[in-house]
Design a protein around this ligand. Structure first.
Ligand code: BTN
Length: 272
């Protein structure tokens, strides 16, 4: 059931276009890097939208902010998807919103587990009020399309069957669906559900329907006291995460009532 090679996936897939072009590799450096090099080689015509590159192991898996993304072989979903959205390029964060929501949908439909989102790009399992990271998303856009429409690569790393003894370390304590549900989960089923939910949500967004309201509802970050560590300068901003905007920025109100739109940074709960 856990065979993610092309024959098994193409038989199970229910989508119209996402994953209909599918490349499986037993091991690669990084699926984002591989897909980007395929784009550089000319893959990015319209017909290539929805191309999925998936692997069972990454030796150079990357996260945001130069972090590494690690998973033991054949335990996870590690994939990248090519998009050519028809919406404004300043709304590229919609892709992260859609993918986060699709992961939440897929996890719910395959395992029954209710999971949530942590701004800007994590899917978390909330246990006794603490956030445990299940999945990270890595969006890289404007990467050598034909200049008319933006090309975006969306990387998804979802911890599926990693036992606690093999769990890599991470900033937000990582977990897996195996740990959260107590049972191994079919990666094939999860993949096909994920791609179907993503396609459905993407189609709505293509009609101009913003995913932001749905995203906000699932964001555990909203209403929290947060500390935002800026990447550019080391100064931390303290405040309440009150909302997001259409560009995917977090709106943080500081102690003086001033709102700060935060687009690049890392949010952690403020220590009390
Ligand atoms: C993060 O949490 O900072 C994002 C992690 C993204 C990991 C995925 S795994 C598939 C794809 N290839 C990569 O090198 N990274 C993404």
């Amino acid at each position: 059931m856990n065979n993610l090679q092309e024959t098994a996936v193409s038989k199970t897939l229910t989508t119209h276009w996402i994953g209909r072009r599918y490349e499986y590799y037993a091991a690669v450096g990084s699926t984002n890097d591989l897909l980007k090099s395929r784009i550089a080689d000319g893959l990015a015509e319209n017909s290539a939208a929805g191309t999925v590159v998936l692997t069972d192991f990454q030796s150079q898996g990357r996260g945001r902010l130069q972090r590494r993304w690690q998973a033991p072989p054949e335990t996870s979903l590690l994939l990248s998807i090519l998009f050519r959205p028809n919406w404004e390029s300043d709304r590229m964060a919609w892709l992260t919103m859609l993918a986060g929501l699709a992961v939440v949908d897929a996890v719910r439909s395959v395992t029954g587990l209710a999971v949530a989102l942590k701004w800007p790009n994590d899917v978390v399992w909330v246990r006794d009020g603490a956030w445990h990271k299940l999945c990270g998303l890595l969006l890289e856009s404007n990467i050598g399309g034909d200049g008319r429409r933006e090309t975006a690569v969306l990387g998804i790393g979802l911890n599926v069957n990693i036992p606690a003894s093999q769990m890599p370390q991470g900033d937000t304590p990582p977990t897996s669906l195996l740990i959260a549900t107590g049972k191994p989960v079919s990666r094939l089923l999860l993949l096909t559900e994920l791609l179907q939910h993503l396609e459905n949500r993407y189609e709505h967004a293509s009609q101009g329907e913003s995913p932001r309201a749905a995203w906000n509802k699932k964001l555990v970050t909203i209403g929290q006291q947060v500390q935002v560590r800026m990447v550019a300068n080391q100064e931390a901003l303290y405040g309440t995460a009150e909302d997001t905007d259409e560009f995917g920025r977090l709106l943080v109100r500081d102690g003086n009532g001033r709102f700060h739109p935060v687009s690049a940074g890392d949010v952690t709960l403020r220590s009390r």
